[in-house]
Design a protein around this ligand. Sequence first.
Ligand SMILES: Nc1nc2c(ncn2[C@@H]2O[C@H](COP(=O)(O)OP(=O)(O)OP(=O)(O)O)[C@@H](O)[C@H]2O)c(=O)[nH]1
Ligand SMILES: [Mg+2]
Length: 283
Amino acid sequence: MKKIQWFPGHMTKALREMEENIKKVDLVIYVLDSRAPRSCLNPKFSEIFGAKPIIFVLNKCDLADEQEVEKWKTQLAQENCAVVSLVSTVNSGVKQVISSMERLLASKLERNKQKGITMPLRAMVVGVPNCGKSTLINSLCGKYKAKTGDKPSVTKSTQWVKVAGNIELLDTPGTLWPSFDDDRLAHNLAYINAIKSEVLDITSLALDFIEFLLDSYKDIFFARYNLNFNADFAPIDYYEAMCRNRGFLLRGGEVDWERGANALFDDFRKGRIGKIMLDKVDA
Ligand SMILES: Nc1nc2c(ncn2[C@@H]2O[C@H](COP(=O)(O)OP(=O)(O)OP(=O)(O)O)[C@@H](O)[C@H]2O)c(=O)[nH]1
Ligand SMILES: [Mg+2]
């Protein structure tokens, strides 16, 4: 497959704006897709954030392998940071973000209180496209203030949103980085829909994803598409069997690989194959 690359101009602009806005915020809310935490870590971010406190939000954990998410919570923990796992589309769990914010900024809150200052706490919400930044912000403020959508790069510009309890959050456009050194990581970002489909070779990507499923999640993959183990099968034969079982055929009975690929990714992204971890901590 040709190397995946996607770094449109609005992302360069967004990164530049983050450098400016970092001075205005008390901490960073770093949203990661729970299914691929390592692939969501932007190498550009550490230089921008410096020593700001960070809350890592492992979002979409309804779609991820829970035991593996727990391992990531330990892995990501470090000084001056908090790690929470949640489902942004459900309001109840998102409160952890506020309590983590208050805990990390306790000394500032105390200082402000003693001086009688009521300054808002400010945080910048960052992460790869489509990881759920705007959804998290909406859940935190209980209103639809930030535009959300089931595709990458819905948020095009930064926007401040006020949250009850004197908190202000800066929604930012999803950002990637100029080139991916590691194909595995680029593929993971593509699977989770962080890279726009127009730059992807969807059928090669599906074959790659099937190889991963056969390696790590064979049983749920077989169950979803009524497949059986066959010692003579290569991944492409399972891909074909999956398309045939679903009736994804073109006129003349040829396999409709593209339709199969789209169905496979749609199933994965909606959690219909099962709970999956693309980035194992110890891999
Ligand atoms: N299953 C599930 N879906 C979620 C969760 N959080 C967000 N989503 C969905 O993920 C999609 C992307 O959400 P957004 O909030 O628009 O993502 P974003 O990070 O703001 O994306 P950009 O602005 O494009 O960078 C939407 O369809 C959301 O409904 C979650 O915890 N679980
Ligand atoms: Mg957004």
